[in-house]
Design a protein around this ligand. Structure first.
Ligand code: ADP
Ligand code: TYD
Length: 208
């Protein structure tokens, strides 16, 4: 669909995705690449409106299935308005979370809905990143980092350690399922060390 490069960051809450996405964007920009740094849920005006619906307020006002539709609706808008135009213009798109997050969070957290998530993805999104960097770490460490941030968007951080552990295992299983797309990066190390690994993984995929 494009000539650009589509990179996503995935991992449990607090693993360092946003930090690494920002550092990668700065690094590639300094090398002369045209970079779009974006995030999910959100990344376009309409999708940011949906973000507020799913991450704030009483979470029980949405059924599990409605929640999948809302995250997918946000992704569709983000894809149409932000991601696809940037890739078609040859840019590097760096996205903090993408469809793997829905596979894990909505697919695992309220029963086994992975099949529904995958079916809806095939129908409405149908695109995967060229490269996904899975920032992996122990949930206890991720949770304490995430909780120290104290934002209003605490819906999923409320899950606690057991569910975060299931998601970590689920992300690692996904990495085995899609070995050419997903690279696992050890997120427990210092920020600069992780960033160096991220840069090395991306360098191999950049157009000459
Ligand atoms: P995520 O986007 O995955 O939730 P963040 O990038 O927001 O994670 O990082 C969560 C918190 O942990 C932030 O306060 C950030 O400064 C800190 N942090 C990120 N990476 C590291 C690291 N490698 N070592 C120590 N602290 C980190
Ligand atoms: P994010 O801002 O990336 O949170 P964090 O920085 O703590 O990792 O994402 C907000 C929350 O949205 C996060 O807890 C994961 C959740 N989420 C889903 O449940 N499904 C999705 O499809 C996406 C993209 C995010």
């Amino acid at each position: 669909m494009s000539t650009g490069l589509f990179i996503s960051f995935e991992g449990i809450d607090g693993s360092g995705k946003s930090t690494q996405a920002r550092l990668l964007a700065e690094h590639l920009t300094s090398k002369g690449h045209d970079v779009v740094l974006t995030r999910e849920p959100g990344g376009s005006p309409g999708a940011e409106e949906i973000r507020a619906l799913v991450l704030q307020g009483d979470p029980d006002r949405w059924s599990a299935e409605t929640e999948i539709l809302l995250f997918t609706a946000a992704r569709r808008d983000h894809l149409e308005r932000t991601i696809r135009p940037a890739l078609e213009a040859g840019k590097v798109v760096i996205c903090d979370r993408f469809a793997d997050s829905t596979r894990m969070y909505q697919g695992l957290s309220r029963g086994d809905l992975r099949g529904v998530v995958d079916d809806l993805h095939a129908l409405m999104i149908g695109v995967e990143p060229d490269l996904t960097l899975l920032i992996d770490m122990d949930p206890q460490q991720g949770l304490s980092r995430a909780l120290s941030r104290q934002t209003a968007e605490e819906r999923f951080e409320d899950f606690g350690e057991d569910l975060q552990r299931a998601m970590r295992d689920g992300f690692l299983t996904l990495a085995r399922e899609f070995p050419t797309r997903i690279t696992v990066i050890d997120g427990t190390r210092p920020i600069e060390t992780v960033a160096t690994d991220v840069q090395a993984s991306v360098a191999a995929r950049l157009p000459a």
